[in-house]
Design a protein around this ligand. Structure first.
Ligand code: PMP
Length: 286
């Protein structure tokens, strides 16, 4: 594995950054998680645009243009000769001192890791998973806008711990008003009465690239979509439920807080969307 750091490639054991990097000290930075299908990078442009938008929102000047960043990501994939895998792009505020002042960090750190993808077992897609609502909440939008994909994942991690303690893989985070935002690293959708629903970003959801892809697939299937506020009641009474993310793709959910969703098996429309997504990924692979 060859890891890109600030223009150089390093072996995994040699890939190091400073302990004074504000990404480490304060979670001060942004990142992306991107899939490689058949040697091709899925939705690269969308990920690069989101990376730069996140950076702009936190006043972080990425030291290269979006097109050079895209080329560098593609180069890192070639250098690692990876046909199917996962790319993590991280841009931190860079090395500073122990104070939080970002003005002490003259140069952002750019890291690109190309790794294998750890897939969920196939039977989870066939049977669906159970999720619980976490007590840990998504941060208020005026505290940290959920569209910023920042290195601050502590409340997502706390929610993940809650999920695991409950014997589940994933947890639903509510926003401070008690509406559903998303899961620890995935967006959430429900289907009710033939309509697809997902929380708006203003409710605390990341502007997920898989989420957007699913909305496009749904439009192609003439499945009506509503992006709006959802409560736990809406989840409990949904006909179908699923999660989306670059790693998970579309994961069917068959139980929320012990309430069975639909027939307790992945829903028909969910499976149709999953098949559509996999077709797109296969087309990307060529
Ligand atoms: N929400 C959060 C909090 C995430 O970290 C992610 C990415 N894993 C998602 C949603 C899904 O976004 P995407 O489809 O762009 O991977």
């Amino acid at each position: 594995m060859k890891i890109y750091i600030d223009g150089e490639y390093y072996e995994k054991d040699q890939a190091r950054i400073s302990v004074f990097d504000h990404g480490l000290l304060y979670g001060d930075g942004v990142f992306e998680g991107i899939r490689i299908y058949g040697g091709r990078v899925f939705k690269l442009n969308e990920h690069i645009l989101r990376l730069f938008a996140s950076a702009k929102a936190i006043l972080l000047d990425i030291p290269m243009s979006p097109s050079l960043m895209s080329e560098t990501v593609l180069e890192a994939v070639r250098v690692n000769n990876k046909a199917d895998g996962y790319i993590r792009v991280v841009v931190t505020r860079g090395r500073g001192d122990l104070g939080i002042d970002p003005a002490k960090c003259p140069k952002p750190t750019v890291i690109i890791i190309v790794d294998d993808i750890t897939l969920y077992p196939a039977e989870m897609y066939e049977r669906g998973i159970a999720v619980v609502t976490a007590a840990s909440r998504r941060l208020a939008i005026d505290g940290l806008d959920p569209r910023i994909k920042s290195l601050n994942y502590l409340n997502n991690i706390l929610a993940k711990i809650e999920a695991k303690q409950a014997g589940c893989l994933e947890a639903v985070l509510l926003n401070p008003q008690g509406y559903v935002s998303e899961c620890t690293a995935d967006n959430i959708f429900i289907i009710k009465g033939g309509v697809l629903y997902t929380p708006a970003t203003i409710e605390g959801a990341l502007d997920g690239i898989t989420r957007e892809t699913v909305l496009e697939l749904a439009a192609g299937l003439s499945l009506p979509c509503k992006v709006c506020a959802l409560s736990r009641y809406d989840l409990y009474n949904a006909d179908e439920c699923f999660l989306t993310g670059s790693g998970a793709e579309l994961m069917p959910v068959v139980s929320v807080d012990g309430r069975r969703i639909g027939r307790g098996t992945p829903g028909d429309l969910t499976l149709k969307l999953l098949a559509g997504f996999r077709r797109l990924a296969a087309e990307t692979a060529g």
